[in-house]
Design a protein around this ligand. Structure first.
Ligand code: TMP
Ligand code: MG
Length: 210
């Protein structure tokens, strides 16, 4: 893979309502307004046929078994692999709201096997950094709109948080835990500083695979 001046691949992870969407948008806006080519993406991408099936499942209008929905979430990422690779190699930084780690965390929280859940992610691009927005579950469930979709239940989110905690502890070289219970501006300042350092280092590093 080409290494000269590639973009950085930054992922934001965390439980539902942890502020990933707002923070990833703020980071995207900061980068583009300061002359860094960037693209803001979100998984699941509900725009494709697979994404539309995922959407029906999340809205509780369609039932699928746990293995099938797991593989559809993964397939939804594979649909975008080439596009992501091309963008990164031509110097665009990707700010991605959820990725393979959500895939693993939500399925493992259901009781599924960790290695089985990780297997379909192998071969996708590995992020340069994961910003894990971490906040107490009691804080998240008070946020607007919590409870609308399938997984937005307190006990389940606690299990998801346990898996994210484990991933963060095991992959300290590129995971960064961020206290998401602080104000939006304080959280963003933390993310902005970390992101600029990631952008600088990524330029000289080859893209790796999961
Ligand atoms: P969203 O709220 O960020 O749009 O994500 C929708 C839900 O899907 C959220 O509860 C997390 C869950 N999810 C998975 O279970 N597996 C995945 O691979 C992804 C990307 C999300
Ligand atoms: Mg959500």
């Amino acid at each position: 893979m080409r290494t000269a001046k590639r973009g950085a691949f930054i992922v934001l992870e965390g439980c539902d309502r942890s502020g990933k969407s707002s923070q990833s948008r703020l980071l995207y806006e900061f980068l583009t307004s300061n002359g860094y080519p960037a693209k803001h993406m979100h998984f699941p991408s509900r725009t494709t046929e697979i994404g539309s099936t995922i959407n029906s499942y999340l809205k509780n209008s369609k039932e699928l078994n746990d293995q099938v929905i797991h593989l559809l979430f993964s397939a939804n990422r594979w649909e975008f692999l080439k596009e992501m690779q091309n963008l990164l190699n031509t110097g665009t930084t990707l700010i991605v709201d959820r990725y393979s780690y959500s895939g693993v965390a939500y399925s493992v929280a259901k009781g599924m096997d960790f290695d089985w859940c990780m297997a379909p992610e192998k071969g996708l691009l590995r992020p340069d950094a994961v910003f894990y927005l971490k906040a107490p579950i009691d804080y998240l469930i008070q946020r607007d709109d919590f409870g609308r979709e399938r997984y937005e239940k307190k006990d389940f989110q606690s299990k998801v948080a346990n898996v994210f905690d484990r991933l963060c502890e095991e992959q300290t070289e590129f995971w960064h835990s961020i206290d998401a219970s602080q104000s939006e501006a304080v959280v963003f300042e933390d993310i902005r500083l970390k992101a600029m350092s990631v952008l600088n280092k990524a330029k000289h590093k080859p893209l790796c695979l999961l």
